[in-house]
Design a binder for this molecule. Structure first.
Ligand SMILES: Cc1cc2nc3c(=O)[nH]c(=O)nc-3n(C[C@H](O)[C@H](O)[C@H](O)COP(=O)(O)OP(=O)(O)OC[C@H]3O[C@@H](n4cnc5c(N)ncnc54)[C@H](O)[C@@H]3O)c2cc1C
Length: 494
């Protein structure tokens, strides 16, 4: 998330340094895609354009034929009717209307690194943060670089340093939550038994087994407590033991090309800000990664706080703007932890959970329930309180629709207009009074006059993160208050 946040801040001409401990991007198994709102976020910044789905393990033609013929073990959780559908608690029931992009996390990291370079971000790989001290004027950061230790002075420090965040620990921000109850592995490995299993997702007596061929990819999940030592190297025997216990076979693992071990501890930072220090992404929250909330949540954090941090750093807005980062994003993180705990509970083995899953499956066959859960796991439900400056309308606080707008120079989407990371005032009734009201903020807010067939309002003020801060039918006279609330004093009096 460090690169994403750096790009968000640099879009507003604020200098940023990224300190990354690793000398290069690490290609161990991590996220395998983004869904829902995370795809919209990429679109609104012109990231991952033209990148198409890249399955990590393309199946052979024979395997494709077997899958097409419906050859699966009858107990597979992956029904034929929902190919490619997303899952909650390994129940392939969701029929999402929102998009997904199934690519390894590392492709996203590469694209962000490219963008960061274009924006002039100073990305220092092989530089580890070892300590910091803050006062009213700034932050002094202790760094261990390839050429030895040095100190960096900055106005603000964002800890985007993952679940075991050094910066969070140094800040003293509490990280309460629940310990993991599972141990799982995600691996690309070779086994000696061609008849080991047909591909699919399976509930087993000890947990869950996922097996996909070509080359073989495995995910295991056992409810035998968290790993004894999460940092210990993973041996073939350890992973093979999990495969044997879950499959009930004597399968032998002959080699492993990539593997990670994971658990489901769920913890959240009590606040996302301590003075001049902010926490973003996994540094602010950890949880099980089933159904992939990590990147979506972290990207949502980064686009929420990036423009606010830039506005404060440029002196346009008061520091109190940064407190809306915690007030808006902390509840979303807490809700994700709840959903992920529920998902783990629903993957426990045993007849009681079997019964619960059957009940839930029935409910999820109903469109309304299915849509509601899909919205929850895709972050489509998010709505922020926009405060007294914005009279309530159906759009205020919600993510703005990606409207297709007609202008003299052609058609353009809202997402394309927001690629510069700026706020947007849509004037869809060509209202000169509205444009005059917004003129003092023209250095921060783009005003676009256009026609739109499915306009949900005559005018909308959209924050850089895509959320509607103000809209008609509110009285246009209330627009300056909303502009000042989010973007600072008008230029003439700033
Ligand atoms: C096996 C696995 C599968 C996953 N699957 C999914 C999925 O399908 N979908 C999904 O959305 N998410 C998934 N996740 C979670 C996702 O990978 C994380 O949510 C995401 O990487 C969080 O990004 P981050 O930048 O906050 O933290 P990280 O990716 O952990 O990045 C933190 C960075 O900070 C660096 N760093 C740490 N300490 C320091 C220091 N002191 N100084 C300098 N640099 C430091 C680290 O080297 C690292 O590069 C998965 C995770 C795992 C492990």
């Amino acid at each position: 998330m460090g690169l994403m946040l750096a790009c968000e801040v640099a879009l507003h001409d604020v200098p940023v340094v990224v300190l990354e401990r690793l000398p290069a991007i690490e290609w161990r198994p991590k996220a395998e895609g983004i869904t829902g709102r995370a795809v919209d976020i990429m679109d609104r910044r012109g990231l991952m354009l033209g990148v198409t789905e890249t399955p990590t393990t393309p199946p052979t033609p024979e395997q494709q034929a077997r899958v097409a013929a419906g050859e699966r073990r009858p107990d597979s959780l992956l029904p034929k009717e929902f190919p490619g559908a997303r899952h909650f608690a390994s129940m392939f029931l969701l029929r999402p209307e929102s998009p997904d992009l199934l690519v390894p996390q590392q492709l996203l990291e590469e694209d962000l690194a490219r963008r960061a370079t274009e924006l002039g971000v100073d990305v220092r790989r092989g530089h580890t943060v070892t300590g910091y001290a803050q006062d009213d004027d700034g932050v002094r950061i202790d760094v261990e670089g390839p050429d030895g230790p040095y100190t960096l002075e900055a106005e603000w420090l964002a800890g985007c340093d993952g679940g075991r965040s050094t910066i969070r620990k140094l800040s003293g921000i509490a990280f309460p939550g629940t310990d993991g109850i599972t141990t799982g592995y995600r691996a690309f490995a070779e086994i000696d038994d061609p008849d080991f299993h047909l591909p699919g997702w399976f509930r087993k007596d000890a947990g869950l087994l996922v097996y996909e061929e070509g080359p073989a990819r495995f995910i295991t999940l056992e409810f035998d407590g968290p790993p004894v030592n999460r940092d210990a190297p993973i041996t073939i025997e350890e992973f093979q033991g999990a495969l044997r216990r879950l499959s009930g076979t004597k399968v032998t693992v002959t080699s492993i090309s990539k593997i990670t071990r994971f658990t489901d501890n769920a913890r959240q930072a009590e606040t996302y800000r301590s003075g001049r220090v902010l926490l973003v992404g996994d540094a602010a929250h950890v949880h099980s990664h089933w159904s992939g909330p990590g990147l979506r949540l972290g990207l949502g954090d980064a686009v929420n706080v990036g423009w606010k941090l830039a506005a404060v750093a440029r002196g346009r807005c008061d520091e109190s703007l940064l407190d809306t980062y915690t007030s808006e994003r902390h509840p979303i993180g807490a809700q994700t932890l709840e959903i992920q705990r529920a998902s783990i509970a629903l993957m426990r083995p045993g007849p009681h959970v079997d019964a619960l899953r059957r009940l839930l499956r029935e409910l999820l066959l109903r469109d309304e329930a299915n849509r509601q859960l899909t919205a929850l796991v895709d972050d489509l439900h998010i709505s922020y309180a926009m405060g007294d400056s914005a009279p309530a309308t159906p759009l205020v606080g919600r993510y703005s629709p990606d409207l297709h707008l007609r202008r003299a120079d052609g058609t353009v989407r809202v997402a394309e207009l927001q690629r510069n990371g700026r706020a947007l005032l849509l004037d869809l009734r060509s209202d000169p009074e509205l444009r005059a009201l917004a003129a003092p903020w023209s250095d921060r807010v783009d005003v676009v006059t256009a026609e739109c067939d499915d306009a949900p309002a005559d005018a909308l003020l959209i924050r850089p993160d895509g959320f509607v801060a103000w809209s008609t039918p509110a009285d246009p006279a209330s627009l300056p208050d909303a502009l000042a609330r989010w973007f600072g004093a008008p230029a003439a009096t700033a």
